[in-house]
Design a protein around this ligand. Structure first.
Ligand code: SAH
Length: 390
């Protein structure tokens, strides 16, 4: 069965299938649902990476705090100039992303949002990590439309292993935070990495069920790409465990209070069910996401384009995706937002990125959406809410 009510074990079976005939059925079904529900438009979102400062130490991420690397933060004027470029390029949305940089304070971001809204006809998506509720509320009031916060994995043990968190047992998981962001009024976007060490097919199937349960407006997933300057990037499979060497620990600047013991962060059980970090799996995830969340906006992500520059993006668009996020970060900063190595378009000007996206969309016979391109589920939810309050 291949429909919106699939069980987690059915989803897991589909994720593991290698049968080409079944895969063709999966991809054709997803493409058909995409056409029926969200049409042939591909929405372009200009992705602007405004700062690579980060206070967190996510084990997979190349801009984690402990890494010695050049840091940058764009000024308000620089951000406005790039928003103007997004508007000139006909992108209906600017996505403002950064590490968790507290120097981008509430007032600075609120000003940026107000100024963009005043000058350009752009939807604004913020992707600034886990911030306080008051900040989220202030930015919504200032005019921000959407918030993107991938929950990375729905498995709480794996999540904890990959995210050294403040010592607070009540620290809310990103899934809880996404619900709060919806209450505040944002269109909400989530997603996961595919093929994280320790992630099983059942974990990934659960992630997909959570997309459905949260009824996410935007769902972006990409393969996990190891970064050599991170603790996770150097893990090895050894005797049934994912392990890191002592050298990696020293390089990452992490020390442990329980010296001598094997830390669970760096010693995670390997499973026969380990998900590979490939585009083949990423395409299955895109297709199944479309089937489970037929009205959502689903990007063909940069990580997919990084693994296969020639056809990765087009393949995802033909298997359920309907959004592309061309990078508009100034060239001098682009390579510094190095969450993983060899990121697609990291040495290219915004205009070249745009031309490639337009060419690829034309090649598969699709058309570029004009306007903000809110998610169909968000629009329907908003009209039901209005109906209720009458
Ligand atoms: N600070 C923001 C933005 C993080 S970057 C936040 O935490 O939400 C955006 C996404 O890139 C992350 O959510 C993660 O899913 C992805 N990412 C980070 N490192 C990665 C890696 N090594 N491989 C693949 N994706 C990665």
């Amino acid at each position: 069965m291949l429909d919106v009510n699939m069980s987690v074990s059915e989803i897991s079976d589909w994720l593991q299938t290698e049968d080409q005939t079944r895969l063709n059925t999966l991809y054709e079904t997803a493409d058909k649902i995409r056409r029926q529900r969200v049409g042939d438009e591909v929405w372009l979102r200009g992705l602007l990476e405004i700062s690579n400062y980060c206070r967190r130490n996510c084990l997979y991420c190349g801009v984690r705090a402990a890494r010695q690397t050049s840091r940058y933060r764009m000024t308000g004027d620089e951000i406005l100039q790039r928003a103007q470029l997004a508007a000139e390029f006909g992108y209906g949305t600017v996505v403002i992303q950064s590490g968790e940089d507290t120097s981008l304070d509430a007032e600075f971001i609120a000003d940026v949002v107000r100024n963009i809204k005043k000058r350009f006809s752009l939807a604004i998506t913020l992707s600034l990590g886990e911030r306080s509720e008051n900040e989220w509320i202030a930015w919504k009031k200032a005019g921000a439309d959407r918030y993107l916060l991938r929950f990375e994995t729905s498995n709480p043990i794996l999540y904890k292993a990959l995210h050294p968190q403040p010592n607070d047992p009540n620290y809310p998981h990103r899934i809880v935070q996404l619900k709060r962001l919806r209450e505040i009024g944002y269109e909400i976007g989530g997603g996961v990495m595919i093929g994280l060490p320790g992630q099983t097919f059942d974990d990934l199937a659960n992630d997909l069920a959570v997309f459905r349960e949260l009824d996410l407006d935007m769902i972006g997933n990409g393969p996990y790409l190891p970064h050599p300057n991170t603790p996770l990037g150097n893990l090895k499979r050894q005797n049934g465990f994912w392990r890191s060497s002592a050298l990696n620990l020293a390089q990452s600047g992490i020390t442990f209070s329980n010296k001598g013991e094997v830390d669970p962060y760096f010693c995670y059980p390997e499973s026969e069910q380990q998900v590979p970090n490939t585009n083949d799996i990423a395409f299955k995830v895109v297709a199944l996401t479309r089937i489970l969340c037929p009205n959502a906006n689903i990007p063909s992500t940069t990580a997919v384009a990084t693994l296969d520059g020639a056809s990765g993006r087009k393949n995802a668009l033909e298997r359920g995706a309907n959004v592309v996020m061309p990078n508009i970060t100034p060239e001098k900063y682009r390579a510094l937002y190095e969450i993983y190595p060899n990121k697609a378009a990291s040495h290219e000007e915004a205009d070249a990125t745009r031309r490639l996206a337009l060419k690829q969309i034309a090649e598969i016979g699709r058309r570029v959406g004009v306007g903000p391109g809110a998610s169909r589920s968000f629009i329907e939810r908003a009209s039901t809410d209005r109906g209720r309050s009458k």
